[in-house]
Design a protein around this ligand. Structure first.
Ligand code: UGY
Ligand code: MN
Length: 249
């Protein structure tokens, strides 16, 4: 269908944003070549983290220098190779990698292309708690747990539920008709990518139809609620800051 010129479902508000694929514009990012980088959520909009999509061309690469930031990469499509401290990690669709602060990495696609969802933030250390190490996993190996007892809303927690991690990245999968049991309002911030299916996301006092490819930012205390609709399950990948002092660092 021809897109309706001048129309978009994208909404950008002070405490939340819905960013739909029709409006994506790539950024040139130092240290990344031969890849299309779309910065969905950044400090420029008031967020405490960065969520981007990096789509590699065959000879593309990203070189991340060691610094105070940590990263979680989730492979959405294709195969990706990451080199960290001389070790090679092979990632396929559904795999993810945690890169702790203080380590550099070189990342590229193997084969035609590869698409990474990247969550990046400044790591907040805790006294007497060791910084996490590099971690690689696959979503298929993570058990799906009923969310607050609902077997039609399944949560997969990709990173260890340990104090050393100051961020969580999870996958939520809902059967059509399943919903969050209440409108959540919490101090934690979210960045979200719809992976599959459709639903209605309530953000503050607005209700948005959402579908695969949509990105959502929820600032701290943004009231939020979701119901899956349509004929197939809806799932989303999302970021959350966790496990740290409630006083600003
Ligand atoms: O982890 C969460 O806060 C999750 N229940 N939020 C959400 O899906 N919007
Ligand atoms: Mn939430």
């Amino acid at each position: 269908m021809t897109p309706l010129l001048g129309h978009t479902r994208t909404r950008f508000c002070a405490r939340h944003a819905l960013i739909t694929p029709d409006g994506h514009v790539a950024s040139r990012v130092p240290g990344i070549e031969g890849a299309r980088v779309v910065a969905h959520i950044t400090h420029a909009m008031g967020a405490g983290f960065v969520q981007s999509t990096i789509t590699f061309e065959p000879a593309g690469w990203a070189r991340l220098t060691a610094g105070p930031d940590e990263y979680v990469f989730f492979v959405q499509e294709g195969s990706i190779e990451a080199r960290i401290e001389g070790k090679i990690y092979l990632l396929t669709a559904g795999s993810y990698l945690y890169l702790p602060p203080g380590l550099g990495a070189e990342v590229h696609a193997i084969g035609a292309t590869g698409k990474l969802i990247s969550f990046q933030k400044k790591f907040v250390p805790l006294p007497d708690v060791a910084t996490p190490s590099v971690l690689v996993g696959h979503a298929h190996k993570i058990e799906a747990q009923p969310f607050l007892g609902n077997p039609k809303a399944l949560l997969q927690v990709l990173l260890p539920d340990e104090l050393s991690f100051d961020l969580a990245v999870n996958i939520f999968t809902y059967q059509p008709g399943a919903a969050l049991p209440f409108v959540e309002t919490h101090v934690m911030e979210h960045g979200l990518l719809m992976l599959a299916g459709q639903g209605i996301y309530r953000l503050e006092d607005a209700w948005y139809p959402v579908t695969a490819g949509d990105v959502i930012w929820m600032a701290p205390y943004c009231p939020q609620w979701f119901v899956a609709i349509g004929d197939t399950p809806a799932s989303y990948l999302y970021y959350k800051d966790v496990n740290r002092s409630l006083l600003a660092p």
